[in-house]
Design a protein around this ligand. Structure first.
Ligand code: KG4
Ligand code: ZN
Length: 329
């Protein structure tokens, strides 16, 4: 089965061609991130205009790289929720038009759920059941997954997403957008810090909270920035340590509670060097298999959309031209 995936939920215009739901024949991404940088965050109107411009060339490139023609496609899968409304609408309209023109089926896919399956694409097989952590700029969620269509959300953030906290703290520290990779690099430049930050913890819950820590960072930074030249790196280090400990603690706790031996980790924050180290350590200790994708598959991509779409289609999921975008879940 040859499937085209389309992803336009945020600032990446992505297209991918997948064979039989696991073999990535091509995965192409064009990002408008360089155009948002000077605003310190994503500007929805810029993102959607970029998608309109790039969706056709990116799709053509993905088909060419896969050695496929439009007529080879058996199915078209597109992210239809959640995301920026204008951005989602570009992908959904494009996919529906292709589907109509080619007389091939189209399916709408949930972006967050698709992230859960991306780490297995490299292995070429999916390992059920698993706990999935998705930590990105828009979402921080934990899910218990028994099958492609048996996904139970067991935890979410009660305020900011992990990546959002990274981006906001970077802004406070006068670091460029997106903040995740910059703070990660800065934190790696030292090995200890006199600062300590704490994320809220909730009893008997797998939820996260990344909003309070920001205020904590802000007041600390205001107090020390003129006196301490090393403060920026030390704050980045202490901030990263607590965010990553929170993600690690909740993910491992969920695995233990549900007696699950595989943890999949996706979303932009899964690129984080310290998260990878901490999860490997805890995984070894608790005998839990940690599945983290390469950065290309952690970040927004269309291969994960085609993967989940193929399997849902095989399980009987269908859509029609009433398919539309939905900004929130
Ligand atoms: O999944 P993604 O590409 O887009 C969304 O769906 O949001 O994630 C982007 C987010 C940004 O907030 C960025 O700061 C964060 O992922 N990020 C990181 C790292 N690389 C990207 N956060 C922490 N450490 C990183 N190395
Ligand atoms: Zn994402």
């Amino acid at each position: 089965m040859i499937v085209l995936g389309i992803e336009t939920s945020c600032d990446e215009t992505a297209a991918a061609v997948l064979k039989n739901g696991k073999e990535v024949l091509s995965s192409c991404v064009s990002s408008s991130i360089h155009m948002h940088r000077k605003f310190g965050g994503i500007v929805p109107e810029i993102a959607s205009r970029f998608h309109i411009e790039y969706i056709t060339p990116v799709t053509k490139k993905a088909l060419k790289k896969a050695g496929m023609a439009l007529s080879d496609l058996d199915l078209i899968c597109v992210t239809h929720t959640p995301g920026l409304m204008g951005s989602l609408l570009v992908g959904v309209s494009f996919a529906k038009a292709l589907s109509f023109g080619l007389n091939k089926p189209v399916l709408g896919i949930n972006h967050i759920k698709a992230h859960l399956f991306a780490p297995f694409l490299e292995k070429g097989r999916f390992m059920f059941p698993f706990i999935g952590l998705v930590a990105s700029g828009g979402h921080s969620s934990l899910a218990l997954v028994h099958d492609f269509d048996k996904i139970k959300m067991i935890g979410t953030t009660r305020d900011d997403a992990a990546g959002e906290a990274y981006d906001k703290v970077a802004k406070m520290l006068n670091l460029p957008y997106p903040g995740g990779p910059v703070i990660d690099k800065l934190a790696q430049s030292i090995t200890e810090s006199p600062f300590r930050f704490k994320c809220a913890r909730f009893k008997d819950s797998f939820d996260f909270s990344f909003s309070g820590i920001k205020t904590n960072v802000l007041y600390t930074w205001k107090k020390v920035k003129t006196k301490n030249k090393k403060a920026k790196a030390q704050i980045a280090y202490a901030f990263q340590k607590e965010i990553i400990e929170s993600l690690t603690r909740q993910s491992i706790a969920a695995c233990k509670k549900f007696k699950i031996k595989t943890l999949s980790v996706g979303g932009g924050v899964a690129c984080n060097s310290y998260l990878r180290i901490r999860l490997e350590e805890e995984g070894k200790k608790e005998k839990i298999r940690i599945m983290i994708a390469t950065p290309d598959l952690c970040l927004d991509n269309a291969a994960m959309i085609a993967a989940l779409g193929t399997h849902l289609y095989k399980k009987g999921k269908r859509a029609d031209y009433k398919l539309t975008a939905s900004a929130s879940l």
